[in-house]
Design a binder for this molecule. Structure first.
Ligand code: MG
Length: 203
């Protein structure tokens, strides 16, 4: 399986990192070795001094598809969860300056803590799903799928022009504003609507 991550999909987050609003979705990949499941702890890696959290809605693909048209896009995914796009921001900023790829900054081991998944049918409107992240008990990120520049349908359709989507692939759909650094001892907790479904302690 592969993990596809959308960058720059919330205007408020684009502004906080001084990036430009993209004309098309921006995406990158994490390898399957990045997955961190069952609320296991995240071990602070030695190669970075600026690991940051980004909480995102994550879609799970349920069948093979390529060149998917927008009007059929939601038939290719029926589950949603939360994921943390853990980022070595120092490595990423260095790579951006040199116009180099982000693979190390975004794809390192444990860089994709992921919750369990829930049926999308549980939500009356997939364009109005709220989520938030607490850091040590204080809310630091609040998002809603209504605020995404590119909708779930836009993303699935766009990515499938380039890459065949397969059963079990995950799509991180971008993070809202409020990203920030973690330190050893911190606890991150993610809520989907009113339910806490993700916990990640930093060790
Ligand atoms: Mg992200």
């Amino acid at each position: 399986m592969k993990i596809i991550c959308i960058g720059r999909n919330y205007v408020d987050h684009i502004r906080e990192l001084n990036n430009a609003v993209p004309g098309e979705p921006v995406f990158f990949l994490k390898p399957d070795t990045a997955l961190l499941i069952r609320n296991r702890p995240f071990y602070y890696p030695s190669f970075s001094t600026d690991i940051q959290y980004e909480l995102e809605l994550v879609l799970k693909i349920n069948k093979v598809g390529k060149h998917i048209q927008k009007q059929f896009a939601m038939t290719y995914c029926d589950e949603i969860g939360l994921g943390l796009d853990m980022t070595a921001r120092d490595l990423q900023e260095n790579a951006k300056k040199k116009s180099l790829p982000w693979a190390a900054a975004k794809g390192f081991d444990q860089s994709a803590p992921i919750s369990r998944f829930f049926p999308l049918s549980r939500f009356s409107d997939t364009r109005n799903i709220s989520f938030h992240l607490n850091l040590n008990g204080s809310t630091v990120q609040k998002g809603n799928s209504s605020l995404m520049i590119y909708s779930f349908e836009d993303i699935i359709s766009y990515v499938s022009r380039f890459m065949t989507l397969r059963t079990g692939d995950l799509i991180y759909t971008g993070t809202p504003a409020g990203v920030g650094p973690v330190k050893i001892g911190d606890v991150l907790e993610g809520w989907l609507e009113e339910e806490k479904i993700l916990k990640c302690g930093i060790k």
